[in-house]
Design a protein around this ligand. Structure first.
Ligand code: NAD
Ligand code: LMR
Length: 327
């Protein structure tokens, strides 16, 4: 039997937490022969509800679940964490942009970053989900003393999955036929789902979907606004699909990427594609060994793509400037 992987999850009693924990414990994240130990972090007021979630985890008798700890203490919660999934934070409501949450949520990530630096395992990798996730990730990264910047990620995988699903529906194929789908920039309404580089059954999307007006004026806004559309329809922000995005993100980072393909996750830029170094920006990523990762080089950017990416990066710069006092 392998040693358990320790996974810390903040906001564990929330909506995403409720959809996520059972998938981690079932083996969906790390595979069917990899035990996991969960360290669940909540604010004090939510600990009683979290106990109910733990009762349900117990009631599943998951063969791979090696232990569950609940706490409101950050050092206790991140102790020995190999993965820290930072979900806990306030979701937006109707009519808000995600960066309207910076003032409420940003400060959460200072203390969490510090505790990760003090208490997590030497190999900790951090995925930030709580919005605005790119800039919250930047805040956590800046406070996590001793944790290299390449271990920090913000989630744009839900956007990638949304984009694949929209393109597949339009082309009349399965979403698994869509590859090389890169979300560039911010997890926000400025994100750029790059249909120019994406492929359907190995062919450029623009060859298969010969409808530039649909790609530019329907597809892109649909992906950019999908989170808002779900909030409007459901009265609450996406939860099960977001949890699925977390599972996919971690699996993609732990599993060698298929030849020629890539996946989307926001990482700390080193200046790739002219994106200012130090920002947490979504780019095309590959891993060869399931441990280290790299930004895919040589993706051709049309003038249109360049403008879209620059607009999203400008938004990230504005968010970074707005939280200077937290950095
Ligand atoms: P929710 O309100 O249902 O749950 C959030 C939980 O976080 C609550 O249980 C709350 O008690 C807890 N929490 C708040 N502050 C905390 C802190 N300091 N430490 C630990 N826990 C804390 O919200 P949700 O639907 O689960 O969404 C969580 C976040 O994820 C929101 O910010 C939402 O916007 C974001 N989100 C991101 C994506 C993405 O693609 N990146 C997708 C969906 C949702
Ligand atoms: C999403 O994309 O569904 C989440 O970021 C929630 C939101 O605020 O849109």
């Amino acid at each position: 039997m392998k040693n358990p992987i320790t996974v810390s999850v903040t906001g564990a009693a929330g909506q995403i937490g409720y959809a996520l924990l059972f998938r981690i414990a079932s083996g969906a994240m790390f595979g069917p022969d990899q035990p996991v130990a969960l360290r669940l972090i909540e604010i004090e007021a939510a600990l009683p509800a979290l106990e109910g979630v733990v009762m349900e985890l117990d009631d599943c008798a998951f063969p791979l679940l090696a232990g569950v700890t609940t706490t409101a203490d950050l050092d206790e919660g991140f102790r020995g964490a190999n993965w820290a999934l930072l979900v806990g934070s306030v979701p937006r409501g109707p009519g808000m942009e995600r960066n309207d949450l910076l003032g409420i949520n940003g400060q959460i990530f200072t203390g969490q970053g510090e505790a990760i630096g003090r208490s997590a395992a030497d190999d900790v990798r951090v995925v930030v989900v709580g919005n605005p996730c790119n800039t919250n990730c930047l805040i956590a990264m800046r406070h996590a003393a001793g944790v290299p910047s390449e271990r920090f990620f913000a989630m744009t995988r839900l956007d990638e999955n949304r984009a694949k699903s929209q393109l597949a529906a339009k082309a009349g194929v399965h979403s698994s036929d869509v590859t090389n789908m890169c979300i560039w920039g911010n997890h926000s309404s400025t994100q750029y789902p790059d249909f120019y580089s994406a492929k359907i059954q190995g062919k450029p999307v623009t060859e298969v979907i010969d409808d530039m007006a649909w790609l530019k004026d329907t597809f892109i806004p649909a992906v950019q606004q999908r989170g808002a559309a779900i909030i409007k329809a459901r009265g609450a922000s996406s939860a099960a699909s977001a949890a699925n995005g977390v599972v996919d993100t971690v699996r993609s980072l732990c599993t060698p990427t298929a030849a020629g393909d890539w996946f989307s996750v926001a990482v700390c830029s080193r200046g790739e594609y002219g994106i200012e170094a130090g920002l947490i920006a979504s780019m095309p990523i590959r891993t060869e060994d399931g441990k280290s990762w790299s930004v895919v080089e040589g993706v051709e950017l049309s003038e249109y793509s360049r403008e879209k990416i620059d607009a999203s990066v400008a938004e990230l710069q504005g968010e970074r400037d707005a939280v200077k006092h937290l950095l």
